[in-house]
Design a protein around this ligand. Structure first.
Ligand code: AGP
Length: 591
């Protein structure tokens, strides 16, 4: 798997191409290369190994071209060296390619008979000579169409032409290819990841399509040259990327930086007036209640229950004076959660809420409000608010546990200190993105999927399944892994993608054996664990993602990140609207 990039602009493109190649390096680092059109000539620079080497070799070379292509290589045909590195160029054409041309040997023989001289051992170079050959007689478009028809195998191509200094041709069959839209510049790239530092507007090419990218216009064609219209998708994983900042802002609000003290001001009750807690919410907010239940039980001696608001409001509840009812809601307007609060208020209960919108109805009608400080959340699928809800719940639990002397001073200070490292750990964990993007393709084709967790990871499995459902419309279930044998195991069939959350915590060994149970039934397991020194038993797994090392309490935050991204990229792969998934609303104000 290689990575390709192309940029046409009104300003020099070489440094932007190098930056994108660095993002694409997860696709291959046997060699890297760039070609730009400078003063009517193709200027090609290639180097072995990492993009850094290429960058070094460019230091003394002024590449002024405002149009160019770039490539990172994972060698399939021809040894990894500079000659076989891409781009491959003739005097008039330069090509970067991701994929394999299966009939390259045959085409090469034919072209050599026509007098073409080959420099490399690659399959890709036949494309250079094939198009050069056609351009002798045919128009650019006809040459492209004829060339594509000759090629067998898979490809994503980026091509620049000496005689067409204002355009890049892209073509796709099998390997992914996207176009990005900028102002006075446009881009071509193997995936949105390589483009999103330059734009949040992209279109994907389908198999058999090609495109002509100019700095102010992009045209798409099918294999016969008929124009096709393309949907422009808006990349908006902004809220997922924002999480290190929103967590940092929230921690600043609650944790005194000097003495690592948690400041929860004007808590209206004496600590001994509360002997039990009920956490209530809907959807993602309910999942944060569930993870809090595990933290409450691990860190305090309080009795704790959780409830889905739409059930709580109609049940015959036993209201207890010393129970604290905590309502979790991003919008603070969710009808079921508000009605549950109203019911508690009517029974004169202690009510607190954890909200993002502090002027909301739930905030206004609760006795005590804990804001999550993560800024407006636009995307219907809740992401940064989920981590914000978890964070404030954890901070509240640490404080209550210390005040109740369930936690000694040293552990309290240490856990508060650990918390301040969380934004950095989330930032590092976001770097697993590129691996997830390639994994998401399998989920895009999947009929259904399962998310398995135990202990702290079980609520995160529920949240991961919810995100995949609401963003990619793929049927997905989160399950306590120990429950599989009691029925759901029957759902497992060959190739079914199953996510197993197996951090190195006290449940690790148990969940690894549950993982082997689903593998034995043909499941394709994506194992998500955390970095650590001890080896993970990962026989027969399909893929493994490692999040950063962290204390057991904080691992749920990190395990959530790859699941958010998986849902995001699966939806993108399927071409769905990320911010406004079908049939849903950001705040459900009806019951
Ligand atoms: C989450 O992605 C969904 N948008 C939905 O489940 C949401 O969490 C639920 O509707 C609760 O919303 P709230 O947090 O605003 O109360």
């Amino acid at each position: 798997m290689c990575g390709i990039i192309g940029i046409t602009s009104n300003k020099p493109v070489s440094s932007a191409i190098i930056n994108s190649l660095k993002k694409l390096e997860y696709r291959g680092y046997d060699s890297a290369g760039i070609a730009t059109l400078t003063k009517g000539f193709i200027n090609e620079i290639k180097s072995e190994g990492r993009v850094d080497n290429l960058e070094k070799s460019l230091i003394n070379i002024k590449m002024e071209g405002t149009i160019g292509i770039g490539h990172v290589r994972w060698a399939t045909h021809g040894i990894p060296n500079t000659v076989n590195a891409h781009p491959h160029s003739s005097e008039t054409v330069s090509v970067v390619h991701n994929g394999i041309i299966e009939n390259s040997t045959l085409l090469k023989k034919h072209l050599i008979n026509k007098g073409h001289k080959f420099k490399s051992q690659t399959d890709t170079e036949v494309i250079v000579h094939l198009i050069t050959e056609y351009l002798k007689k045919d128009s650019l478009k006809d040459s492209i169409i004829k060339m594509l028809k000759q090629l067998h195998g898979s490809f994503a191509l980026g091509i620049i032409f000496k005689d067409q200094p204002d355009l890049i041709v892209g073509a796709r069959r099998g390997s992914p290819l996207a176009v990005g839209y900028g102002s006075n510049e446009n881009y071509l790239g193997s995936d949105s990841y390589s483009l999103k530092s330059m734009t949040n507007k992209i279109s994907y090419l389908n198999d058999g399509e090609f495109c002509v990218v100019k700095k102010n216009q992009v045209e798409f064609f099918d294999e016969n040259g008929t124009r096709v219209n393309k949907k422009v998708l808006e990349l908006s994983s902004k809220e997922i990327e924002e999480q290190p900042i929103t967590l940092k802002n929230c921690i600043k609000e609650y944790i005194d930086n000097i003495n690592n003290e948690i400041n929860i001001y004007n808590f209206p009750w004496k600590i001994n007036e509360i002997s039990s807690v009920t956490l209530i919410g809907c959807g993602t907010a309910y999942n944060s209640c569930l993870i809090a239940k595990y933290w409450f039980e691990a860190l305090t001696s309080l009795d704790v229950t959780t409830d889905v608001a739409s059930e709580f409001r109609y049940r015959k509840n036993r209201f207890k004076k010393n129970n604290l009812y905590i309502f979790v809601s991003q919008s603070g307007e969710t009808a079921d959660t508000y009605a549950a609060l109203d019911l508690c208020n009517k029974n004169d209960m202690k009510t607190a809420c954890i909200v993002n919108v502090i002027e909301s109805s739930i905030a206004r009608d609760s006795n005590f409000v804990l804001p999550i400080h993560c800024g407006p959340e636009i995307g219907v699928a809740s992401t940064k608010a989920f981590l914000g809800q978890m964070l404030v719940l954890y901070i509240l639990i640490l404080k209550l546990s210390f005040l109740r002397k369930d936690l000694d001073k040293n552990s309290y200070i240490q856990k508060t200190k650990n918390l301040k490292e969380l934004p950095k750990l989330v930032e590092k964990t976001l770097l697993t993105e590129s691996q997830i993007q390639s994994i998401s393709k399998t989920f895009a084709d999947a009929k259904g999927s399962m998310f398995l967790g135990r202990g702290f990871s079980y609520p995160i499995a529920l949240e991961g399944a919810l995100k995949l459902k609401e963003l990619s419309y793929t049927h997905a279930e989160g399950y306590p892994a120990g429950e599989m044998k009691h029925g759901p195991l029957a759902l497992i069939e060959d190739g079914m993608p199953v996510i197993v959350l197996a951090p190195k915590d006290l449940y690790h060994k148990k969940i690894i054996s549950n993982m082997q149970e689903v593998i034995a039934r043909g499941a394709k397991v994506l194992l998500i664990t955390n970095k650590s020194t001890d080896e993970v038993i990962s026989e027969n797994i399909w893929e493994k993602i490692e999040v950063e090392k962290a204390s057991d309490d904080l691992l749920p935050f990190l395990l959530t990140i790859p699941l958010q991204k998986l849902a995001y990229y699966t939806a993108l792969e399927k071409g769905y609207d990320i911010d406004k998934p079908r049939n849903l609303a950001k705040s459900v104000t009806v019951e």
